[in-house]
Write a protein that binds this ligand. Structure first.
Ligand code: ATP
Length: 906
């Protein structure tokens, strides 16, 4: 093809920009579209041309909504209603003449806003980095070579190659379409796939045909659900059909996760509690005849005490950091809420091939014409031999070229010096063919392909049509042996076709069972003469040519990961399209326990029967993707939290139905990745198990800092109420409380949020998904801790006041309350585990924070300028020691409580 100069192209291209690509592409023959876009489809654009066109058309991206400016994000920190209450408190304090309190409250709120803003920004950055890990890519032909590029670099004129499961990266005109069906729901809302073909449609000028009627073009963001296609990109980015409606599609913010909702409602309940406390206090104060300003000051302090200011920011950061950490270890979580489900997962349903196994296929056995052959050689190297298994078998010396022909021809893979391109199963068959003396590339040239039925996980076979030298058309098929046997009427033996009688069928089935029983994947090759490819959508009567036994070793870490799941109370179920014998053998190797059930058996079961049995099943073999939905439903009905893996286009429904849909990042289709909650960058089963572990840790840590922070809040409320009831002066002023809640509690809470995993994280059963973060047990623990803090602080105040005077006693009370937090952090960290133990030494950041808290409190009490801000008095070492001893009572009380509980249990 004659390519015009760059300058000419530029004019043309920029001219098109205003007419929004080639809107009439559907009505033009493909060659004309290629000519208009100045590209030879067989070669594609050159890298330079693509770069030049990119400068004219811009990136192939939908315009992003304008970013919220940073200063507005900072102001957002004040839009929180809890903060609003505090601001009102500051105003009240100012109004009654306590200017110092008003100023301190305002300053601390500023600090809180800055901290909150910084934490949010870090969380946002982590999530952005996460999104960058999932950039969509496209297979494109440029400079005559097919390669993978990031989808945003596509330009009009690019030649894009697509197969089932791919997301269409731009609008384009079909050049090749083999059995293509496309789901256009993203664009039209129509859930039924549309059949597409190369034939031009319409012709009455641009824009006359509805989107569904334009069957010769593909649209951005729709998905190929079947077949294989090549298209020439006609428009990109905002010029695409999707671009025109992009305004409506802009996704909003992620909805809050159940945990965030729980914490929000917790915050509201606390505010309510403080409201009641304020009223209760006001009633006693009025009875006692306190002044109005005193009452107002205490009310302000109570409001401040009750509000866990730092909690939302710490939660956001914990989740964001957690998912970022997971991503670095191979599991990209797309929705924060999934982190919670991961921690409570009770079943992991995993595909076999590629997830539990390495997906490194090597043919080890071949059966043809009644003889079993051993195949030697490693990996995808073509060095190796094919020798009769039984050396005395005379037929073992025959020419095997015909036997491997269906495997070589009905094949899209390529084996190069740098590795394989395409499906590993197919690559293994190319290697087998080479060992039998058939060069797949040459065979494909000599017997050109005239049509195909692409592989489909539901039909479990692939077929191609080839024109022979005499002009006849032959179909070559490879696929699951049981599927092929159902279509076979004969078997090729010694260059002649023998009818497939019962005896021969039994022999073939026996061979397959023997190969499968050793864990080999069994694939059949068959052939037949046909009239013409035509509209054939099903197989004709076939002649079985050969059987290949393919080894795919289990992943080395998979067995340990399965064992870890068992100790963690998480059941593992293998779900595979492979034969039951093969699946059972691999399951044995991995120690996946339970019955083996096939898809055909599932079809005969009612939903109730499956639900009743599902816990006993360990392997689901020969299943079609739609069975996965059945399995998820059955497991869910038993109260399980299900993680389900998937890679194919048909897996999307199961991935959505599962609590945690897990897509394969390497072999998975775009459709599966989009439907999933989590994407594995290494396709490895053990990464899922690690993610479950991480999910449990994140949840544990959230529990820890929520416990820590709320115990402080409740302690403060009870202290204020207690002091007031006891007729004592208020031991904690509003600025002191804010100081405690934000400055003193913030860093330890953050340290708890990034706590290393507890030893038993994977030794205990999964958390009940219905469990509230603050169930009765934890709420009791928090109230207990709060009560001890209140009793300790108020008692100390009451006892010290007559001895050291009011000012020093108040400072001692304030200091004791602060020091209570050191011990409170250790109790919260233990949650239900041992409070004292080596585990407590493991979080160095926490210890640093606790020492820091001590030092900062010393500053607040000992330095003169700080004393004026906080209204404190200096303490002597004995007074410090008394405070510390009193504060340790929260830890001692927890130990005592546990000792009593364990003796009672015994
Ligand atoms: P899993 O579901 O664990 O990933 P799988 O990869 O074997 O297992 P499928 O890819 O659905 O599952 O394959 C199902 C069956 O289809 C296989 O057992 C095999 O017999 C057959 N098969 C697999 N790949 C091909 C292929 N490229 N061409 C023809 N048949 C195939």
């Amino acid at each position: 093809m004659d390519l015009p100069t760059t300058a000419g192209m530029r004019r043309t291209v920029s001219g098109q920009e205003h007419t929004r690509g080639l809107p009439e592409a559907h009505a033009l023959p493909p060659e004309q579209v290629a000519a208009r876009l100045h590209v030879d489809p067989a070669v594609g654009l050159s890298g330079r041309e693509a770069a030049e066109r990119a400068t004219v058309h811009g990136p192939n991206r939908l315009a992003e909504p304008a970013r919220r400016p940073e200063w507005l994000k900072f102001l957002d920190q004040f839009r929180n209603w809890l903060i609003a209450i505090l601001l009102i408190a500051a105003v009240v304090a100012g109004a009654i003449g306590d200017v110092k309190d008003a100023v301190v409250i305002t300053i601390v709120l500023q600090i809180n806003a800055v901290l909150g803003y910084l934490q949010e920004r870090r969380a946002e950055r982590s999530l952005e980095a996460l999104r960058r890990m999932l950039v969509p890519t496209a297979r494109v032909r440029r400079d005559g070579e097919v390669g993978i590029v990031e989808a945003h670099t596509l330009v009009p004129g690019d030649i894009v190659l697509l197969e089932a499961g791919d997301r269409v990266p731009a609008d384009g005109r079909l050049l090749i379409a083999e059995s293509v069906e496309v789901a256009e729901a993203a664009l039209t809302g129509e859930s039924q796939p549309v059949v597409k073909s190369v034939a031009a449609v319409g012709g009455n000028g641009p824009g006359r045909l509805a989107i569904v009627e334009r069957t010769s073009v593909l649209f951005m963001n729709t998905a190929l659900t079947r077949g294989r296609a090549e298209m020439i990109v006609t428009s990109t980015g905002m010029d695409t059909e999707l671009g025109t409606i992009a305004e409506e599609l802009r996704s909003g913010d992620e909805p809050p996760s159940p945990l965030q909702v729980q914490l929000d409602s917790l915050g509201r309940r606390l505010a309510l509690l403080s409201g009641i406390a304020v009223l209760a206090y006001a009633a006693t104060a009025l009875v006692r005849g306190d002044t109005l300003s005193d009452l107002a000051l205490r009310a302000v302090a109570l409001a401040v005490a009750a509000i866990p200011e730092g909690l939302p920011a710490v939660l956001a950061l914990t989740l964001a950091f957690g998912v970022y950490r997971m991503a670095r270890r191979g599991a990209i979580v797309k929705r924060l809420a999934s982190v919670e489900s991961l921690g409570s997962a009770t079943v992991v349903c995993s595909d076999k091939t590629g997830t539990l196994t390495l997906n490194e296929m090597t043919v080890r056995a071949l059966w043809t014409g009644g003889t079993v052959y051993d195949v030697t050689g490693e990996g995808y190297g073509i060095d190796g031999t094919i020798e009769a298994h039984d050396a005395s078998d005379e037929r073992g010396r025959r020419d095997l070229r015909d036997a491997v022909l269906p495997f070589a021809l009905c094949n899209d893979a390529r084996v190069t010096d740098d590795g394989i391109i395409g499906d590993p199963t197919e690559a293994a068959l190319i290697v087998l063919a080479a060992k039998a003396g058939v060069d797949a590339d040459r065979a494909r040239d000599e017997l050109p392909r005239s049509g195909e039925l692409p592989f489909d996980a539901t039909t479990k076979y692939m077929a191609t049509f080839h024109t022979e030298s005499n002009g006849a058309t032959r179909i070559h098929v490879k696929g699951a042996l049981d599927v092929l046997l159902a279509r076979c009427t004969g078997v090729l033996t010694n260059d002649r076709v023998r009818p497939l009688g019962d005896a021969l069928r039994a022999e073939v089935v026996g061979v397959a069972a023997r190969l499968g029983g050793t864990g080999l994947r069994v694939l059949g090759g068959a052939t037949a003469l046909v009239d013409a490819p035509g509209e054939l959508r099903d197989l004709p009567a076939l002649t079985l040519v050969s059987i290949a036994g393919i080894a795919d070793p289990p992943r080395p870490q998979a067995r340990d990961a399965v064992a870890l799941c068992r100790t963690a109370g998480v059941a593992v179920k293998m779900i595979t399209g492979d034969h039951a014998d093969t699946a059972a053998a691999i399951a044995r190797e991995l120690d996946i326990r339970g019955e083996v059930v096939t898809g055909a058996e599932l079809d005969r079961m009612t939903e109730d029967r499956l639900a009743a049995h599902v816990d006993d099943i360990g392997v689901f073999a020969r299943v079609a993707p739609e069975h996965k939905v059945m399995i998820v439903r059955a497991l869910s009905s038993r109260g399980h939290v299900v993680a389900m893996t998937g890679d194919g286009v048909n897996d999307a429904a199961a991935l959505r139905a599962a609590h945690i849909g897990v897509a394969m990042g390497v072999t998975g289709t775009d459709v599966a990745k989009e439907a999933a909650d989590m994407v594995l960058t290494d396709d490895d089963f053990s990464t899922i198990v690690r993610a479950v572990h991480e999910g449990r840790c994140i949840y544990d840590n959230i529990v820890k800092f929520v416990r820590f922070q709320l115990a402080t809040n409740i302690g403060a409320i009870l202290t204020l109420l207690g002091a007031s009831l006891a007729g004592l002066p208020s031991p904690l002023t509003a600025p002191q409380l804010l100081w405690i809640n934000i400055i003193m509690d913030g860093p330890p809470a953050m340290a708890l949020a990034v706590d290393p995993a507890a030893d038993d994280a994977m030794r205990r059963p999964p958390r009940d998904p219905a469990e509230r973060i603050l169930g009765a047990r934890r709420f009791a623990a928090i109230t207990r801790a709060g009560a001890v803090m209140a009793v300790g602080t108020v008692t100390l105040l009451a006892l010290a006041r007559p001895r050291v005077g009011t000012d020093t006693a108040l400072t001692m009370a304030f200091t004791t309350f602060v020091l209570f937090q050191l011990f409170n952090a250790l109790c919260a960290r233990a949650d239900d585990g041992p409070v004292l133990g080596r585990y407590q030494l493991r979080n160095r950041t926490l210890w640093l924070c606790l020492v820091g808290v001590l030092a900062v409190q010393a500053v607040a009490v000992q330095l003169p300028w700080a004393r004026t801000v906080f209204g404190t008095a200096a303490l002597n070492p004995v007074q410090w020691a008394v405070c510390l001893a009193t504060a340790s009572s929260v830890l001692l009380a927890e130990l005592a409580f546990r000792a009593v509980r364990s003796t009672r249990r015994r």
